[in-house]
Design a protein around this ligand. Structure first.
Ligand SMILES: [Zn+2]
Length: 114
């Protein structure tokens, strides 16, 4: 009979632990979503608010100098490409944070180009 009480106590403890972990994961996911939304609202976070640079050679420098919005780490530019979005010629820097490995795209525009 004692073993049954122990089994119930252990099972209850496991359920409570799993619930706490699920709640923690949900809070973390919500915090990440909020940080990502803030990052998209900043310059370079979306195609309609690009970071302005004066030449293509500044694209990588500007992207690397933008801190990771999740951890503040440095971004490594994996590649950058030119694309026209809604009639605007942009440079898209696809980058990965060297600290937390999150990936993101930064939008840049070369001054003077349409
Ligand atoms: Zn990071």
């Amino acid at each position: 009979m004692v073993w049954l009480v122990w089994a119930l106590v252990v099972a209850y403890g496991m359920v409570m632990l799993i619930r706490r972990q699920a709640a923690s994961r949900a809070k973390l996911a919500a915090a990440i979503d909020q940080l990502e939304a803030r990052a998209q609202a900043r310059p370079g976070g979306a195609a309609d608010r690009p970071i302005e640079v004066v030449s293509p050679s500044e694209v990588e420098v500007a992207a690397r100098s933008t801190p990771c919005p999740l951890c503040g780490g440095e971004l490594r530019v994996d590649e950058h490409a030119a694309e026209t979005i809604d009639g605007t010629r942009l440079r898209l820097a696809h980058a990965t944070c060297i600290a937390c490995s999150s990936s993101r795209t930064l939008y840049l525009q070369i001054k003077g180009l349409p």
